[in-house]
Design a protein around this ligand. Structure first.
Ligand code: IMP
Ligand code: MG
Length: 172
């Protein structure tokens, strides 16, 4: 498998730091609950959290979108949605990528339906707008990307490459 670098480690880290600075300004004096979506958003969530300066509680949920290796199916499977009571909280969801948008829509609807949150924002590391099937957008995206299959920094191909410190794409 030939993997080309799209955003190297330094670019990824500085993009995440820029996002953290925006969030630090926006949530100054407030406390947040940062919810990372496993497994893909594990690196992003952890690195983002390290740059945040307000009081943060970290939670993780686990979803999987059934599909082939390189195509998300649009069907979202909740593997673990265990969360504390989010009522009255400022909630930020962190995702690896918005592709079709089904996962993001599912999560936003789920949280709004189950908790009276004070606020809810959606952050994604990567935004693949061209593939959108549902009308949803993130409040913050670190990188806009074309219709490429991306791996690394949490994103996988058949379970592999999540550990790469950079974002790459598979060259055909
Ligand atoms: P959705 O299509 O927006 O629901 O995205 C579903 C999930 O598919 C994302 O959270 C990712 O985990 C995965 N995904 C989408 N595009 C890619 C990609 O280019 N590489 C690796 N995983 C992807
Ligand atoms: Mg994901």
């Amino acid at each position: 498998m030939n993997i080309k670098i799209l955003h190297d480690e330094m670019t990824v880290q500085s993009g995440i730091k820029d996002l953290a600075q925006k969030l630090n300004a926006e949530y100054k004096g407030k406390e947040i609950v940062l919810i990372g979506v496993l497994k893909g958003a594990v690196m992003f969530t952890v690195d983002l959290a390290k740059f945040l300066t307000m009081p943060v509680k970290m939670e993780f949920i686990k979803l999987s979108s059934y599909g082939s290796n390189t195509c998300s199916s649009g069907k979202v499977k909740a593997l673990d949605l265990t969360l504390p009571d989010l009522s009255g909280k400022n909630v930020i969801i962190s995702e690896d990528i918005i592709d079709s948008g089904h996962t993001a829509k599912f999560l936003i609807d789920y949280i709004k339906h189950n908790y009276q949150v004070e606020s809810l924002k959606f952050c994604t590391l990567l935004n693949k707008k061209i593939r959108r099937e549902v009308d949803i957008d993130s409040d913050y995206s670190v990188f806009e990307v074309d219709d490429l299959f991306l791996v690394g920094y949490g994103l996988d191909y058949d379970g592999y490459y999540r550990n790469l410190p950079y974002i790459g794409y598979i060259e055909n």
